[in-house]
Design a protein around this ligand. Sequence first.
Ligand SMILES: *Cc1c(COP(=O)(O)O)cnc(C)c1O
Length: 375
Amino acid sequence: MLRKGTVISMTEKILPNRLDRGFNQYQQELEAKALEVLRSGWYVLGPEVESFEREFAEYTGAGYCVGLASGLDALWLAFRVLGIGSGDEVIVPANTYIASVMGITINGATPVFVEPDAFYNLDPSRLEKHLTPNTKAVLAVHLYGQACDMERILSFCRRHGLRLVEDCAQSHGACFKGRITGTFGDIGCFSFYPSKNLGAFGDAGAIVTDNKEIAADMKMYRNYGSERRYYNKVVGANSRLDELQAGLLRVRLKHLAALNEERKRLANRYGSELKNPQLILPQVREGAESVWHQYVIRTDRREELIRYLEQRGIGTLIHYPVPPHLSEAYACLGHHRGDYPLTEKYADTVLSLPMYYGMTEQEQEFVISVLNSFE
Ligand SMILES: *Cc1c(COP(=O)(O)O)cnc(C)c1O
């Protein structure tokens, strides 16, 4: 531990994220796989995608995985396949990334926002009062890598005959009471955007499900609504996972357990060494195991702290500064500041600390020492 007030210095700026470091960790394996795919002559929906789907289904314990082009596609196609659209309401956390909400509204369905609990996730105690005769589904988002209280959310859905979709874009491998996120509901939606815990080298996504029909429909939708070439049953999408991304994801999937451990180590160090009373540190829900997609603190003096860190060569990010209900994109929903005060308070005070694969002990020590010296 450094004495309070002691600030070591770094020659290189510390960025909120360093994707190059993540690449360097498995550079040889990744390069070999990239060349293999490039030389294979098969680039879309081929053997790498099939293998990845099998391996990712196995990893999650789900019956099926269907590779897609992005996390957003996974979300909107999930609701499409479940038949949720115009006139239907979907309960969604107010405190989430806007893609969660877009997955609902692209289908013409209405998002019904619910305030978060102390762990930044959907507060199960508030679900009941948002229920209407039009409620068809709940979208549980495991934000920042931590599972929602899936026991209570699942029982709410069962009690009221609702569909349950999970947004696992930030929770690859995260568990609640030993069960992996993405396998509680009808469909688990994943993004493999490069900065996610399991990241591709471009856009990529997938769904997992135990339902054979849902998996088959999803395969049809991702490929222009066709099961048989040039015979189209529905108006689908072009949301095919490509061979290069699937191959590279397979390389990383093999190391995902170790990678999540690395994030956990970084998070534990932040948790045990950050001693500044002005910072509210993240807590882990009982029964949940976080994979720490982000390490998010809160402070009422955020702007000052950002400047203080910036002056010392440390970059941070805000996840997210504008909650979806206040976003310009959703002005049509007619929400105002004050509608979801807890969500708005979080949006005004959260700050994500640097956290990435390959972050050195020295780098983290520097970040911690600067944060502890902020007065
Ligand atoms: C990243 C993310 C998405 C969207 O994934 P893309 O692959 O970028 O489309 C959806 N929901 C959450 C919570 C995310 O973090």
